[in-house]
Design a protein around this ligand. Structure first.
Ligand SMILES: *Cc1c(COP(=O)(O)O)cnc(C)c1O
Length: 346
């Protein structure tokens, strides 16, 4: 990232961009161009909404980020209906089907890995349901891509966005998006889709190995290095490593419950757990901030709860460059911290 700046309309940049594209296509498993946006992921959430065909949107909400997606759509003056599931669960596919049949929607918004709850939604199934009713599907896979299985082309997805700072394990500041040619075709008909996140512009500039506006070049240098690492491991092996870390966290908690003698449990059901983050519900009286602080004293950083789960849950991130070897000592210290903090209170 300390390499000198180069002109973003020059040959050296175009070579770099072409290499990044090849790597990103292998991560998202697509032959489509992958848009590189200088923004946080929220930028492309807004962009996806603004580029989506006009008409009402159906937002699947099962946590803080999917709720934010609905909020972004409303802030873009879209007519938004919400189909909800309790936080921690995924929205029932039969509910989605019923709602899609009841009104003609232009698009559906869904979050793949709900980072607030650790729930994983079957975005392929949601997209298929949307298509059956003539709607497109916009997928936020910010904590999914590069950690959870996602096959853009094979699954027939319409739009997927992600950010640099989650399972891609890069500094924040970049977002990536990929759109089907059908999504881009429909976007051309949307007259007020804006410019900074215009998929038509992204598409035209990617064809020239460029970005529409000045990119955060230093972050692209980091992406270049990280993509080389990711492809060395292989995307499928990377998914397997994440799934193994999720399973180890699940197994650890089940054993830890009896050892710490506390009523701790994993929020998301066994069948729908994100491979990148585990949200753990704490017993009443135990405060998330106290557990997080006790873990920090032991040299590890875990997350507190998010949104309305802020005080009642903790979150263990097992994504990006983490491995079983880095996770194990973290889990051991979490257990020690729970025993310690729980012991004081109980
Ligand atoms: C982190 C996150 C976002 C927001 O990303 P920013 O980069 O902060 O804009 C959106 N959705 C999900 C699922 C996330 O995990």
């Amino acid at each position: 990232m300390t390499r000198p700046m180069i002109a973003h309309r020059g040959k050296a940049f175009e070579e770099l961009f072409a290499r990044l594209e090849a790597g990103l296509r292998d991560v998202l498993l697509t032959a489509r161009p992958v848009y590189i946006s200088t923004s946080s992921a929220s930028g492309l959430m807004e962009g996806a909404v603004r580029n989506a065909p006009s008409g009402p949107l159906l937002a699947l909400v099962n946590g803080a980020f999917s709720s934010r997606f609905a909020k972004i759509a409303k802030a873009c003056a879209r007519d938004v209906d919400v189909v909800e599931a309790p936080w921690g669960k995924t929205v029932d596919l039969s509910d989605v089907e019923r709602r899609l049949a009841a009104r003609r929607y232009a698009a559906v918004t869904v979050v793949h890995s709900e980072t607030s709850t650790g729930a994983l939604t079957d975005v392929r199934a949601v997209t298929e349901l949307a298509h059956r009713q003539g709607a497109l599907c916009i997928v936020d896979s910010v904590s999914g891509v590069a950690g959870a299985e996602l096959r853009f082309d094979a699954w027939g997805l319409d739009f997927v966005l992600t950010g640099s700072q989650k399972a891609l394990a890069l500094p924040p500041g970049l977002a990536f998006g990929v759109a089907s040619s059908e999504f881009v075709r429909r976007a051309r008909e949307v007259m007020d889709r804006g410019l900074y996140f215009d998929v038509v512009e992204f598409e035209e500039f990617a064809a020239k190995n460029q970005t529409p506006a000045t990119p955060a070049l230093s972050l692209l240098y980091a992406l270049d290095a990280q993509l080389a690492d990711i492809l060395r491991e292989g995307i499928e092996r990377r998914w397997e490593r994440h799934a193994a870390m999720r399973d180890a966290t699940t197994a650890w908690l089940k054993r830890a419950v009896t050892r710490v003698d506390l009523d701790v449990s994993i929020l998301a059901p066994d069948s729908a757990r994100s491979p990148t983050v585990t949200t753990i519900t704490l017993p009443e009286g135990l405060k998330s901030a106290d557990v997080v602080a006790a873990v920090a004293r032991r040299g590890f950083v875990i997350g507190g709860g998010y949104g309305k789960l802020k005080d009642t849950t903790i979150r263990i991130g097992h994504m990006g460059d983490h491995t079983m070897e880095t996770l194990r000592p973290c889990l051991a210290e979490c257990e020690d911290a729970l025993r310690d903090v729980g012991g004081i209170k109980w």
